[in-house]
Design a protein around this ligand. Structure first.
Ligand SMILES: [Zn+2]
Length: 331
């Protein structure tokens, strides 16, 4: 898929690159256009507006990482960096560098890349990453592409409350009649994942695997890969009053809890028990150094049963909206 995309983006417009190289000529042409085309400008055209440029380096979200793609020097006119178009056509390999600042701090991620793309799966979540590409020529000289491209990935971890633990033992959570917390939360978590994925967020969840992960597993994953948010979805016992009650301990968690609660109440008609601070929960305590967590009590398994069962899609939408608000993702 990626290779095809690269070909699609970069194969055609050699003329664009040639034009970009001849900057003086482009500027002159643009001026002439602007003078003789007042009516066009009135019609909404930008005077002297540039032809759309095809970037020589691009960054796209792919799975749990960012993929950096670039055009070969010969096609891209990167040769300008060496001053000799012919000599730069035969890059033998590439190097990719990353920084979280646009102007400094670039670190080599990989050298000896033979293709025209690199997938960065180690990139931090929720932080804009900047990439530089360097072409190594067959004569051993190397040139940086003149431009820097950037991208951002958001990773969110949704853990469905209770369920199968790491040893395969089933923990139903709270129970009322034939209903189990661990099963009731699955459709809500699936819907949350669906809406977040529609926004381009990478979601890891056990909701599609029958709720087969617990906190021990989650902590392992959080150690391995950077996530911005951990959302742990539960419902309260049959004796609990009606309503939502997100749990938090630390200030960032409180901010997330508030966003989630607001999101849910935007889409679901349910009582609001407010946010609650808890100091005794591993979900909040042990995850602090990895990401922002919230244990969301979605309602009473008895008194909100119908809402939890029937309004799962709206519920998931509300939770997804809350996550997006917290992370600053357009909804
Ligand atoms: Zn629970």
């Amino acid at each position: 898929m990626i290779a095809a995309a690269v070909a699609g983006v970069f194969a055609a417009p050699e003329a664009v690159y040639a034009e970009a190289g001849a900057q003086g000529m482009v500027a002159e042409a643009a001026e002439a256009d602007a003078q003789g085309a007042a009516s066009e400008a009135d019609a909404g055209e930008v005077p002297g507006g540039e032809e759309p440029r095809v970037p020589r380096i691009s960054v796209a979200v792919e799975g749990d990482g960012l993929t950096v793609s670039w055009a070969a020097p010969g096609a891209a006119g990167v040769a300008g960096a060496t001053g000799d178009a012919g000599a730069a056509k035969d890059a033998s390999s590439y190097q990719v560098y990353r920084s979280y600042k646009s102007d400094s701090g670039f670190k080599l991620l990989q050298k000896g890349i033979k293709g025209l793309s690199y997938r960065d799966r180690e990139v931090a979540s929720g932080k804009r990453a900047y990439y530089k590409v360097r072409a190594v020529m067959s004569d051993g000289t190397a040139v940086y592409y003149p431009e820097i491209a950037s991208g951002i990935i958001y990773r969110v971890y949704i853990e469905t409350g209770h369920g199968r633990d790491i040893k395969g033992v089933w923990d139903p959570g709270c129970i009322w009649k034939k209903y189990q917390e661990a099963r009731l939360m699955i459709p809500i978590c699936k819907a949350t994942a669906k809406y977040l994925r529609q926004k381009g967020v990478y979601v890891y969840t056990d909701a599609f695997d029958g709720n087969n992960r617990n906190l021990k597993w989650t902590l392992k994953q959080l150690k391995k890969k950077d996530y911005s948010v951990l959302l742990n979805v539960h419902c309260d016992s049959r004796n609990a009053p009606k309503g939502t009650m997100p749990l938090y301990r630390y200030s960032k968690q409180k901010k997330l809890a508030r966003c989630l609660n607001k999101g849910v109440h935007q889409y679901v008609k349910i009582k609001d028990r407010g946010l609650k601070k808890r100091k005794d929960l591993d979900t909040l305590n042990k995850t602090k150094k990895y990401c922002t967590a919230c244990l969301f009590e979605a309602g009473s398994i008895k008194r909100d049963n119908k809402i939890l069962r029937k309004k799962y899609d709206a519920y998931g939408k509300g939770l997804a909206k809350g996550v997006c608000d917290y992370l600053g993702i357009d909804w």
